[in-house]
Design a protein around this ligand. Sequence first.
Ligand code: F6R
Length: 609
Amino acid sequence: MCGIFGCVLKQGKAAPLIHAALKRLEYRGYDSVGEITIYDGKLHMKKDQGKIDEVHKIHDLDDLPGSIGFGHTRWATHGAPLQINAHPHIDCKGEIAVIHNGIIENFAELKKELEKNGHNFKSKTDTEIIPHLIEEIWDKNPSLNLIEAVHQAVKRLDGSYAIAVFSTKEPDKIICARNESPLIIGVGEDGIYFASDIPAFLPLTNKAVIIENGELVIISEKGYEIRKIADFKLVTREPKIIDWNPEMAKKEGYPHFMLKEIYEQPERLRDSLRLQEHYLDLLATFLDRGTEIFLVAAGTSYHACLAASYIFSKLAFLTSYPIIASEFISQQGKSIGINSTILVVSQSGETSDTLAAVEYARQKAATILALTNVINSTLTRISRVYIDQLSGPEIGVAATKTFTSQVSILTQLAIRLAKKRGKVSQDEMDLLAEKIEDIPNAVEKIINTKAEKVKQIAKKYKDSKTFFFLGRGISTATAYEGRLKLMEIAYIPSIAFPAGESKHGPISLVEPGFPVVFVCPMDGTHKTIIGNIMEMKARGASIITIIEEGDEEIKQLADDYIEVPKGFPEVLSPIPFIIPLQLLAYYIAVERNLDPDKPRNLAKSVTVK
Ligand code: F6R
């Protein structure tokens, strides 16, 4: 997830506006930054690795000439956060510049083709193929104009993108295009702006035009013109007036970052499906070779590992041991050696307990594999192979979007592994591949249709003293995660355990009105969990269930229920089923007048043991 901003001004310097707007976008990415303008027939560019303030100190980002330009703040996906990989990227002749937010899936093929035709690449990014592709198209057809060349180029791109392009050959305009990454136009008195989100240009104008997927926009001093990429047909869309205050603007109109990040999940899950195949394959190969596999993490990332241990077993017939990072050395230390493979999961890549476990295992010659959200974190530097979870920066202290992305990626890893080990039939594989593609839409549907109902349930239970969260099988992981969310932001002491354990102790706490949340996908655990619901009901518990649409049997038993779309294979269930629980925790915290973004005593990244 990166941030883009640009402008065509009627007069004055673009650079200070770009710099200020990038600061407002910094939450979208902050490992490198770049700006570019056109002046006097030439490109003028500054870019470097580091946070905006650090780069500004060295390069003075306000000091570029010209009234047309754009900038980019980066969150690395392809290529480490180095100056060479920072955007903008330019073509061989230094005439065409591009910034990009998203992931070009077919960049490897395009790069090969362009290299064969003599193009010289400087970076490891997917983005750099775009200026070279436009250059190639334009060189072959010099009668084209910039718009036509860009139009032909974007037709060849697969994946997600919000891009901006300009050229010294037609220095009065910027062409933007969008597929799945956000792009908004700001229409001001002094010029036209574009950005990844509204807050970037809100101090300049409150008139916004949302660009939709498959659209291209031509921005010039005169205004904006939207066209469909498919057939180049003109689209008429008037600006909307945005009435956010500055605090709302930072959160794109959401009252809290946590809610914004919950709502971001469909987009982030789509990104999680755009992994680079060769990294997934490499990780799957290492896991396949491993004699003993440990999944090591803390907090929410541990819950993703717990889910993964079920998924690896169910799909790939692979036994793996999920271990809480702070326990790893004492629990498993002595037995770790050259034959051990440790898959480490950490959103931040900086959690102290997790890094201590990795360091220990490294010393014992174990193979370290990692899944993280922060490229260039300590974890990426000390692991043998890592994969980027592509969630973008998470600001809310409670992990939400990073959990669902982790589960999505670990499931894709399990599918690769199953293929390698020949454990799953082609039909099953095809079904899984189809269903995993559907997950972002299902999550979108839950968020859009169930939030109001969850809010009502939150009002009803907000004063409860304790909750149980129960599931069986893979839903145990979902229950643990739902409980952690509620506990950490609403300060309600809650207990989660596999539902089968009730009778071995915890049920003694239950008395009339005691809220018990059951996670109930229609998988192999469905029948048995009904028995667990009955035993809680018999003791007067208030039953709240997360069920699949049309699960009449459990609906009849529940005091309150939230339905999620039906028909997802068991291994995918943690993703849709956790969404209502994230919302429940959020709304209960809000009902209790707590700030979900800043739970007391907690930090986003735990760098002490
Ligand atoms: C809970 C939460 C924490 C983190 C944990 C591990 O909402 O955010 O429990 O999951 O501190 O952090 P990472 O994944 O950065 O290692």
